[in-house]
Structure formats: structure tokens, C-alpha cells
Ligand binder design. Structure first.
Ligand SMILES: [Zn+2]
Ligand SMILES: [Zn+2]
Length: 230
């Protein structure tokens, strides 16, 4: 079986899911449920969602506590801008202490160890997230949860239109009152193959423009997560 590249881990082709299920002797549905295929299929109304429908790229990150406990790699940690583990309050790591990026599939090293210095990932220092990061991530996770639970094409269209309106208002505002800050790149949703914005960028903008706000979760300012973008 061909080892998939990183982005297709959370949104793999159906044929890969079927091969893996046969290889592990598990029901196809069980393997499929470890990915975001069921949610994205419903959300986009498409039979075969692509990795770009979830997010444009994927940086591999791990929670050291999830890993130490059960060698667990939760699919939630693949969501963009989720930079700490909400179960363990630990900042996710993408590089070893020696600076080498963590690689999930490295044929030359033992699983969950650094390919350069040999350190076990669970021995890496755990870093507590800032209260700002916790507040922002909770808003994002609440929004993701909402879409994963009841996402469908009409809802996506409504959300996207709300974001487009917010962009227009922002552009008009900035024309009238140019901001003093240095110009920065905007993360407007890129359109993947099916011409709809990737879910991660849509969620990000919904939270950023206060279009999605879970009152149960404290909202911080947009400044915090703007500086911690990927
Ligand atoms: Zn964790
Ligand atoms: Zn290392």
C-alpha cells in the first residue's frame, strides 16, 4: 500500500480507506470515521472531498500528552489554527528540540522519535498555551464542531456570503481609514477544486469577523491569532 502524503491523512481517497480497512481487518466505516471524509461529504454535498476542501496545507503537529498516554494522534489536531490540545492544555509541537520537523512516516527511524537526534517525542518539553491562545482555539473548535455536526451545502453558502460581506465592509473601512499597521497578507479562503472555500479558512474568517460567536466561550481579540497564523 502506498503511504499517503500528509494532507491526505485527514481527507484520504476512499480507495485508501478501503485498502487500509482490508489490511487492518476493520469495517470500512470505522476507518472512514477516523478521517474527515463523512463530515466533508455532507458539508459539500460531494462524494469525494479532497484534502484542499478541509485546509490548503497541513503541518504535522502532536500533543505530547496524547502521545504519551495512548500513542494517540487525534484528527482534531490536524485542523488549522488549532495550536494546542484542548484535552491536555498542552501546546502542539511540530519540531523537535533540535529544530528538526517531526515526521509521521520516516522509514529510517522508530515511530514517534526524532530522525536527527533520536529523542523520543514524549521526552520533549511540554509548553502551556497562553490564555489568549486557549480562548481563540475554543472559539475555533466550537465553530468547527458546529459545521461538522450540521454542515450542509446551503449552510456553507450562507456562511461564505457572510464572510464576503465582511471582506467588503473591511475593504471600504480601510479605504476610508487606512490602518497604520504594516500591510499583511489576508488569508481569504482559497477555492479548491470544487470552487468552494476550504473549511479551515472559512471557519477562521467566521470567527475573525465575529460572524460566529459561541457565547459559552470567551472571545479574545483577533490580534492574537493574526500573529500566530501558519
Ligand atoms: Zn492531548
Ligand atoms: Zn531532534
Amino acid at each position: 500500500m502506498k503511504v499517503p502524503v500528509l494532507p491526505s491523512l485527514s481527507v484520504p481517497p476512499q480507495s485508501f480507506v478501503e485498502d487500509l480497512a482490508a489490511w487492518l481487518a476493520l469495517p470500512v466505516r470505522e476507518v472512514r470515521n477516523t478521517t474527515y471524509l463523512p463530515e466533508l461529504t455532507r458539508y459539500y454535498g460531494l462524494l469525494h472531498p479532497l484534502p484542499g476542501d478541509l485546509r490548503p496545507s497541513l503541518t504535522f503537529r502532536v500533543c505530547l500528552a496524547c502521545l504519551a498516554k495512548e500513542r494517540f494522534l487525534k484528527r482534531t489536531l490536524a485542523l488549522r489554527y488549532v495550536l494546542y490540545c484542548p484535552w491536555h492544555q498542552v501546546t502542539l509541537l511540530s519540531t523537535c528540540q533540535c529544530g528538526t520537523p517531526l515526521r509521521i512516516f520516516d522509514p529510517a527511524t522508530m515511530p514517534f522519535t526524532c530522525g536527527a537526534c533520536g529523542r523520543d517525542w514524549t521526552d520533549l518539553p511540554r509548553i502551556a498555551p497562553t490564555p489568549e491562545r486557549i480562548a481563540v482555539t475554543r472559539q475555533l473548535l466550537s465553530c468547527y464542531e458546529y459545521f461538522f455536526f450540521c454542515g450542509k451545502p446551503t449552510l456553507m453558502e450562507k456562511a461564505f456570503l457572510a464572510v464576503v460581506n465582511a471582506w467588503q465592509e473591511e475593504i471600504i473601512r480601510e479605504r476610508e481609514h487606512p490602518p497604520r499597521r504594516s500591510p499583511r497578507m489576508h488569508s481569504y479562503p482559497r477555492l479548491p477544486s470544487n470552487h468552494v472555500p476550504s473549511l479551515c479558512l472559512l471557519v477562521l474568517d467566521l470567527v475573525k469577523y465575529h460572524l460566529y460567536h459561541d457565547p459559552k466561550v470567551i472571545f479574545w481579540g483577533k490580534e492574537d491569532w493574526e500573529q500566530e497564523g501558519e
